[in-house]
Design a binder for this molecule. Structure first.
Ligand code: MN
Length: 752
């Protein structure tokens, strides 16, 4: 009885909800139509309605985690596309349908039949990006690359995806904690930089703030409430600061608005962290923005006129003038920024721009389109920035061979770095990431120019290829047909184009040397009457510690392995293979023998055998044990007792085949003696990484480096360092220090 009552009650509640919900759905849809109406043409109306009905039907059984009907989400995404990005009916249709193929029974074919090829293509792109984060890292990267390839086809795919992500971030509250963290980190990793690069400044800022809200909730709340608390005094300050400017703008007859906005929570937090200061100590909590309404041909002069008015009242900081009006940023951003000293002794940033510039700064791409259509001349070369960017992305996509992770890293590096504006001798502008060198510039001009780059003349002064370029430099590249890339060069470049081109030619060079090496090896072996079989190859590689046959042949070709060594290796192996192994049963008898043979006194670092007698020993070179390691002794044929780590790769074989030759050993004490150990460091390659690592190692007075070998495969860096340490503890400390170095992914000990 009770149960029945409950269920009736529940049903009633749902039916009431549904009515209210339907009303709400319709009202949200109406709002959407209202905002997109000015952009709609004849047939658009029908199509938008059809898209809405299709989505409504397809998602009808679905609810979001918050309990809301699912259709709220596509409507909201479409609304963002219109209001915050400035897109039109096609994007609205695609946004309404964006989750339909992925989450419901509807297929791409159905979409194409109803809405045509264009919309179907966008939906297809959107469905594919959603898959990006479902897989492992390398899959993600590869998919992300593919996704960006679609960018050149229809940039709306990316814009709608950003809108989708923004709405998901805004409604992240109802998700479980681990989902919040996952979604947030994807957002800060890819979507915020992507939005930034596309010029969607306010969306980028909101994404960053939301990221902070979910990853550092306390910090977020604290900063937000402090911004709120200081609002009144800030407004008072802004009012007083603006007053004289206000008057002169009015007198000059400008149409304008002035805004004083606090900076984003995320950027304030970044400042607090970077400058190690408290909220109260940050002087530039806000910027003042003067937005002018001017005819297109007066924009530049108007901005500078206002600059001159502002600096009539307040003294400018000469180091803080940014003129993105004459040369827009590559994401299209235009503005004139000046930092001036207020009457109260506070620096204040003033941003001067026109309404058009402001809209582009806020809405990015779409605003560009808008102005492109309505006003061709004024836009003219402003378009080149965006197009240059798209062609950069395309270039990176085409250049990358194999490693998608590398691509994403490069992409991110290029996204985050600031840029330098450079000129060719003829005065053509080239934009490169900050830190770019003369060599980067050479590769930017042409691959061949890069490969043959000998040096450069920067502003008519001769400089080496590693010379870092500054804003406004004019560069003439000097070439020689004899010059060719070397491994060194990778240290001098930052652009992905230069890096990939240098690696290409190094690879080609290596192949050439390896071919010569192979001939030498074959000749040497022929004299020894040995065929170069797979087995022999395997033995050679193991003996000389080469990762691949190519590496081995390369080392021979290069001369770092001498043919004489190959002969010696074969002879030694023959001897070893034919000599019978004497059997020694215990440590005692061996001890006698070894004292007899060598006449040496036992040392006291190891206790060996049942009686734990002190005895002479040698440390096995295959695993280089050091005091503190778990070890065992192995009685060898003619080299005494060899101490191996129990984790030695040879241990299993030794123990299972020669159990009778194994003896128990234990360290007595950890002496301040140095022992050879190997450390393998893997990470993502970056300029200066090797210096950072070696600095740490050489600053540690107890460490003595014996050898270091660095191997970079694309951007993956692998270094092997052999060094002398005192104990496992000491080694662990060092490993800990090294693993904290920026770019290092993994540090572990290896057995040489
Ligand atoms: Mn979605």
């Amino acid at each position: 009885m009770l149960i029945k009552k409950k269920s009736i009650y529940w049903k009633m509640e749902v039916s009431i909800d549904l009515q209210a919900e339907n009303k709400e759905i319709v009202s949200r849809y109406r709002k959407l139509v209202k905002s997109v109406r000015p952009l709609m043409k004849d047939n658009d109306h029908k199509q938008v309605r059809l898209a809405f009905n299709t989505a409504l039907e397809a998602h009808k059984e679905m609810r979001r985690k918050s309990g809301e009907p699912y259709i709220f989400h596509p409507i909201a995404v479409a609304q963002i596309c219109v209001d915050e990005i400035g897109l039109g009916p096609t994007a609205v249709i695609a946004a309404l349908l964006h989750d339909v193929v992925e989450d419901t029974d509807m297929e791409l074919n159905d979409i194409e039949k109803l809405f045509g090829k264009k919309v179907a293509k966008i939906i297809d792109g959107l469905t594919k990006i959603s898959g990006v984060f479902l897989q492992g890292t390398s899959q993600q990267a590869e998919n992300f690359r593919k996704t960006l390839l679609t960018l050149s086809e229809d940039v709306r795919v990316i814009l709608i995806k950003i809108a989708d992500r923004l709405h998901n971030m805004r409604t992240l509250e109802s998700m479980p904690r681990n989902t919040q963290l996952k979604i947030s980190s994807e957002t800060i990793f890819l979507y915020a930089p992507l939005a930034h690069r596309l010029g969607l400044y306010s969306i980028k800022t909101e994404l960053e703030d939301l990221y902070l809200k979910y990853t550092e909730p306390e910090i977020y709340r604290e900063i937000a409430s402090k911004i709120q608390q200081t609002k009144a005094s800030r407004n008072k300050f802004i009012k007083e600061f603006v007053e004289p400017i206000d008057d002169s703008l009015n007198n000059a007859g400008f149409d304008y608005t002035i805004k004083g906005r606090p900076k984003s929570i995320h950027s304030i937090w970044n400042k607090m962290k970077k400058q190690k200061v408290s909220f109260e100590e940050i002087y530039d909590l806000f910027a003042i923005r003067i937005i002018l309404e001017t005819p297109p041909d007066e924009e530049k002069s108007a901005c500078w006129q206002v600059y001159s008015m502002v600096t009539d009242f307040y003294k400018p900081n000469p180091d803080r003038l940014r003129d993105w009006v004459s040369t827009p940023k590559s994401n299209g951003y235009e503005s004139l920024h000046v930092t001036v000293m207020s009457k109260t002794g506070q620096w204040v940033e003033v941003q001067i721009r026109t309404l058009r510039m402001d809209e582009i700064a806020e809405k990015g791409f779409a605003a560009h389109w808008k102005y492109k259509d309505s006003n061709k001349e004024a836009v003219g070369n402003r378009e080149t920035g965006i197009e240059a960017w798209i062609s950069k992305v395309r270039e990176m996509l085409e250049n990358q061979d194999g490693s998608a992770i590398e691509f994403v890293n490069d992409f991110r590096n290029n996204l985050f770095s600031e840029e330098v504006y450079l000129f060719t001798p003829k005065g053509d502008l080239r934009i490169l990431p900050a830190g770019a060198t003369a060599l980067d510039f050479a590769f930017e001009i042409h691959t061949k120019v890069g490969q043959n780059c000998l040096g450069a003349k920067v502003n008519n002064k001769l400089v080496p290829i590693s010379h870092k370029l500054n804003n406004g430099d004019q560069i003439e590249i000097l070439t020689s047909s004899k010059q060719k890339p070397s491994l060194d060069w990778l240290r001098f470049v930052v652009t992905s184009k230069a890096i990939s081109k240098i690696k290409d030619s190094l690879r080609d060079q290596k192949k050439g040397v390896a071919t010569e090496g192979k001939e030498i090896v074959e000749r040497t072996l022929r004299l020894l009457r040995i065929q170069l079989s797979d087995d022999v190859m395997g033995e050679l590689r193991a003996y000389f510690d080469c990762k691949s046959s190519l590496d081995f042949f390369f080392m021979v070709g290069q001369g770092s392995i001498d043919p004489g060594e190959i002969r010696k290796f074969r002879e030694e192996k023959k001897k070893r293979d034919t000599m019978p192994a004497p059997v020694i049963h215990d440590a005692k008898s061996f001890e006698k023998e070894i004292r007899k043979v060598r006449g040496v006194e036992a040392t006291d670092q190891l206790l060996i055998g049942e009686n734990m007698d002190k005895i002479d020993y040698a440390l096995a070179q295959c695993c280089n044990p050091i005091p503190g390691d778990d070890v065992f002794g192995f009685v060898t044929v003619n080299e005494g007792i060899k101490i191996h780590r129990t984790t030695c790769p040879n241990a299993v074989e030794l123990m299972s085949n020669y159990g009778y030759r194994i003896i128990k050993v234990k360290w007595t004490s950890q002496k301040e003696l140095a022992f050879l150990a190997g450390i393998r460091i893997t990470g993502t390659d970056r300029i200066g990484l090797v210096q950072d690592l070696t600095r740490i190692i050489s600053n540690d007075l107890r460490v003595n480096m014996r050898s270091i070998s660095i191997d970079t495969d694309d951007t993956i860096f692998e270094g092997k360092i052999m060094l002398f340490v005192n104990s496992t503890e000491h080694l662990e400390q060092l490993i800990l220090k090294l693993s904290k170095v920026d770019g290092v992914v993994r540090v572990d000990r290896f057995d040489s």
